[in-house]
Design a protein around this ligand. Structure first.
Ligand SMILES: Nc1ncnc2c1ncn2[C@@H]1O[C@H](COP(=O)(O)OP(=O)(O)OP(=O)(O)O)[C@@H](O)[C@H]1O
Length: 358
């Protein structure tokens, strides 16, 4: 399909579907046109117009074009209308709406032997075909999802990939999959024990977090003397954070929150990361400041305005095509290279030694 043919197809889709909100104006009446670029679609209105150019119009066009182009392109959902200036001497056409996209749709990685795969991918964590995480650019990762949505499965994938590149401290309040994984991989786990109270358990977690905070201070000092110093990644993994903080002594919870906030804030420069998993990330689970520092956000399972409100507060997921199947949902990677991109996600499917994920 040529660029011209694609533009014509999009215009036809818009003319037919926009109908009522355009007050009868169409591209045939020269009210708007569109242009296809490699990075996305440019919608050029001719002003003054009988329709209002606002978020509502932007999201309507998103809905129509995203569906019309599936599976050739995936439009990247924006939280509000994305205006761009147009170099034109004519005031009627000096602005446009931009709809960034990426070629194709999200595709799942299927990994026949995760052990081998992780050994050959040090430093990068592939998540889908054409999407990988560079751990040097990541501060913290959050994985949210309802029960049975594939959080543990995704966490085991991350643990296996991270083991190659990072020291790990694992906190497993449910004494479940992460503990089994850690046993097979000879890594210590902090988990609840018989005859000990929950507050006692969280105190032990705080003790470890406090040691990590000291490591951060020590590394900061080293950086002060040598700004090029390279450190080994250190990752604190906490599964089921919600289960950890529910129903414990307030002082201990406050200390936990405070330690977590400081680590999230100061860890970036010193290569100390958080990998948090929880059913949800409301303000009772982690402090808002920690949530704001997270730069890989993953939501698996049910996707709707209610489930995405904590990790993606600005997002209305309407119109994003969420693939069906296990371990699917949304991902956002926030770094300097990717401005605001929420993508449909299919977590990798992998095969591994028996006994870890039963
Ligand atoms: N990406 C995936 N590919 C293939 N199977 C998957 C994937 N993600 C999850 N599954 C399967 O879905 C099932 C549920 O996943 P999992 O146990 O990870 O969910 P969960 O969110 O951790 O649930 P809970 O909170 O109840 O522990 C598992 O049997 C797992 O094998």
């Amino acid at each position: 399909m040529t660029k011209k043919e694609l533009e014509k197809y999009i215009l036809q889709s818009l003319n037919m579907a926009l109908g009522s909100i355009m007050q009868g104006e169409t591209s045939y009446t020269n009210s708007f046109t569109c242009e296809v670029t490699e990075e996305g679609l440019i919608f050029l209105p001719r002003l003054p117009a009988g329709y209002i150019i606002d978020d509502n119009l932007y999201q309507k066009i998103f809905l129509i074009v995203n569906a019309s182009l599936y599976p050739r392109f995936t439009l990247l959902k924006q939280s509000s209308a994305y205006f761009i200036p147009i170099k034109s001497k004519d005031i009627h056409t000096e602005r446009a709406l931009f709809f960034p996209w990426k070629l194709g749709i999200s595709e799942r990685l299927v990994i026949p032997d995760l052990g081998k795969f992780s050994a050959t991918h040090k430093g990068k964590i592939p998540l889908m075909k054409n999407l990988e995480i560079d751990y040097n650019k990541v501060t913290s990762i959050a994985i949210a999802g309802n029960s049975g949505s594939g959080k543990s499965y995704a966490l085991t994938y991350f643990l296996t990939m991270l083991k190659q590149i990072s020291d790990l401290i694992i906190v497993d309040p449910k004494f479940d999959t992460p503990s089994r994984w850690a046993k097979v991989n000879n890594i210590d786990v902090i988990h609840p024990q018989k005859n000990r109270s929950k507050s006692d358990f969280v105190s032990e977690v705080n003790e470890n977090l406090s040691q990590i905070l000291n490591l951060i201070y020590q590394r900061q000092e080293e950086l002060y003397n040598d700004s090029k110093k390279i450190f080994k990644h250190q990752t604190i993994v906490i599964d089921e954070v919600l289960a950890l903080t529910e129903g414990i002594n307030k002082n201990i919870k406050d200390s936990f929150f405070s330690l977590l906030s400081q680590i999230a804030l100061l860890g970036r420069a010193t290569k100390v990361h958080l990998l948090l998993v929880s059913q949800r990330f409301d303000h009772n689970t982690i402090p808002v400041s920690v949530r704001e520092q997270m730069n890989v956000l993953i939501q698996v399972g049910n996707i709707n305005k209610k489930t995405t409100q904590f990790l993606f507060p600005d997002l209305d997921p309407e119109g994003i095509v969420i693939p069906s199947g296990k371990g699917t949902g949304l991902i956002q990677i926030i770094d300097n290279e990717q401005p605001y991109q929420v993508l449909p996600l299919l977590c990798p499917t992998y095969y591994y030694e028996r006994g870890v994920l039963v």
